[in-house]
Design a protein around this ligand. Structure first.
Ligand code: FAD
Ligand code: NAI
Length: 461
């Protein structure tokens, strides 16, 4: 067999490993280069999976403390943080070794080391030159730093440090009211921290549907999370073990110091393409470092890019879909990703989920739409489960009734959003969901009721 690979993928995260496995399935000679000890990238090692493990465990802890008695369950609940972290670690290692297995099964060569592109047909891995017909860049992203706030991963942490704290901080300050701030802020609040979120804008979760943003803020405040909106962090001073966070109004002035024990910096992520050889090769990047692509192809023939290091939402499933599409394109098939139907989920309690366009976007684009809404308080299963916070909103075209978006806050909406995403893929009308029989009593009936409300025949009082 020739020594020349059909494809070398740099990066073994969701984008890279899905691309590699699909290449293997399609009979291509493929290698995946990963510098981290384990496969799975940010998502499996220090992102989606460990955060969801801690979100689940901390939610169980809070539920046991606050809701068990009400349901007639008596329990003496105590936190064993070391064991909670160990359980998280076990989940992560189980999944990362699972990818090793999938690589072997699909004949993907896993090469450990740092990849650098020498030219469109040569990748250097720690001094060894490998020849290939195609290169795929799937190097992901890294934390955006905040000037004046130096991350030491002990008391001033990024998400990586926040997933591995050795003790529950008495006071945690989160810089950035986005997805990471709300998810990891929720974890530590449930475990006992006093959590304050400092957000530059006057609202949390930028880009989400406005009604969902407002409801989420109300619920998080009810859960005793504190918010300092329209405020920016100017710096952090260390005083012994404690930290003083210097803040100002976003528009300047009105200084306010906040004393805390741990600071979490999560103001977004930026593409990671360090020492990849992009400049020498002439791969086009925008001002913020995102690799420019046209249907996944960079401006250099035979070099593709996907996932967090390219434009679009920084989400694991977006990277995965792109990975599969790129493999199929290289194999001569019609790889495709529908960017209009990429769901987003925030795994707080209640969960928050979204797909398609928001009301704000539709208004701005001048699209005439109809709206259906249903509150979880009117769903019988939600009431039986004591999970009545939230609502589901479905937006449909005023004339054609095609579903244009869905925005949800409530228990299990991270799973419910898939129904609407599937409907949208099939270009369904809201009436298609409204007339589909849903099992009773289930939370999914709330989706149907919201769809029924688009034409005003919901069974909500
Ligand atoms: P990555 O997963 O970042 O993988 C890139 C890999 O490339 C890394 O392993 C890196 O070591 C390797 N690499 C980089 N350069 C080189 C090189 N030159 N040579 C060799 N290897 C290299 N998304 C969701 O959809 N759902 C979630 O619940 C979710 N939770 C998250 C929670 C946190 C705390 C964080 C930080 C992120 C979360 N994300 C979530 C985002 C998700 O992790 C990313 O969108 C996803 O990992 C992007 O996949 P990727 O393959 O593009 O890059
Ligand atoms: P984010 O973009 O979600 O939120 C960052 C927040 O910080 C924004 O609200 C922004 O207005 C604010 N901000 C920016 N600069 C600031 C400043 N100087 N002071 C105060 N606030 C400031 O980014 P985050 O939370 O860091 O997450 C990074 C990415 O990781 C997300 O974009 C998301 O794609 C991904 N992610 C996805 C998850 C999921 O799908 N459940 C979970 C966690 C992360």
């Amino acid at each position: 067999m020739s020594d020349i690979y059909d494809v070398i993928i740099i990066g073994g995260g969701p984008g890279g490993y899905n691309c590699a496995i699909r290449c293997g399935q399609l009979g291509l000679k493929v290698a995946c280069v990963e510098t981290r000890k384990t496969l799975g990238g940010t998502c499996l090692n220090v992102g989606c999976i460990p955060s969801k493990a801690l979100l689940h465990a901390s939610e169980m802890f809070e539920t046991a403390q606050n809701d068990f008695a009400d349901m007639g369950i008596k329990a003496d609940v105590k936190l064993d943080l070391k064991q909670m972290m160990a359980a998280k670690g076990k989940t992560v290692s189980g999944l990362t070794t699972g990818i090793e297995y999938l690589f072997k099964k699909n004949k993907v060569e896993h090469i450990s080391g740092y990849g650098k592109i020498i030219d469109a047909n040569t990748v250097d891995v720690d001094g060894k030159k490998l020849k290939t017909k195609n290169v795929v860049i799937a190097t992901g992203s890294e934390v955006t730093p905040l000037p004046g706030v130096e991350v030491d991963e002990k008391t001033i942490v990024s998400s990586t440090g926040a997933l591995d704290l050795k003790a529950v901080p008495k006071r945690l300050l989160v810089i950035g009211g986005g997805v990471i701030g709300l998810e990891l802020g929720s974890v530590w609040r449930r475990l006992g921290s006093e959590v304050t979120v400092v957000e530059y804008l006057d609202h949390i979760m930028p880009g989400m549907d406005g009604e969902v943003q407002k409801q989420a803020l109300r619920v998080f405040k009810k859960q005793k999370m504190k918010f300092e909106l329209s405020r920016k962090v100017m710096g952090v001073e260390k005083k012994g073990k404690a930290l003083t966070v210097k803040t100002e109004a976003s528009t300047g002035g009105s200084p306010k110091d906040i004393d805390v024990d741990v600071v979490l910096v999560c103001i977004g992520r930026r593409p990671f393409t360090k020492d990849l050889g992009l400049e020498a090769l002439g791969v086009a990047q925008d001002k913020r470092g995102f690799i420019e692509t046209n249907h996944f192809a960079t401006n250099i023939s035979g070099v593709y890019a996907l996932g967090d290091c390219t434009h679009g939402p920084m989400l694991a499933h977006k990277a995965e879909d792109e990975g599969v599409a790129v493999a199929e394109i290289i194999a001569g098939k019609a790889g495709h990703v529908n960017y209009d139907v990429i769901p987003g989920v925030v795994y707080t309690a209640p969960e928050i989920a979204s797909v398609g366009q928001t009301e704000e976007q539709l208004k701005e684009a001048g699209v005439k739409y109809k709206k259906g809404k249903f509150a979880f308080a009117a769903n019988s299963r939600a009431r039986a489960n004591h999970q009545t916070d939230g609502f589901i909103k479905i937006l449909a075209h005023a004339e054609t009734d095609e579903i244009l978006g869905a925005h949800m806050i409530g228990a299990h909406v991270g799973d419910l959003i898939a129904e609407v995403a599937l409907a949208m893929e099939f270009k369904a009308a809201s009436e298609d969901i409204a007339r589909t029989c849903h099992a009773h009593p289930t939370i999914s009936e709330a989706v149907r009721q919201a769809a029924m409300d688009v034409e005003g025949w919901t069974m909500q009082s």
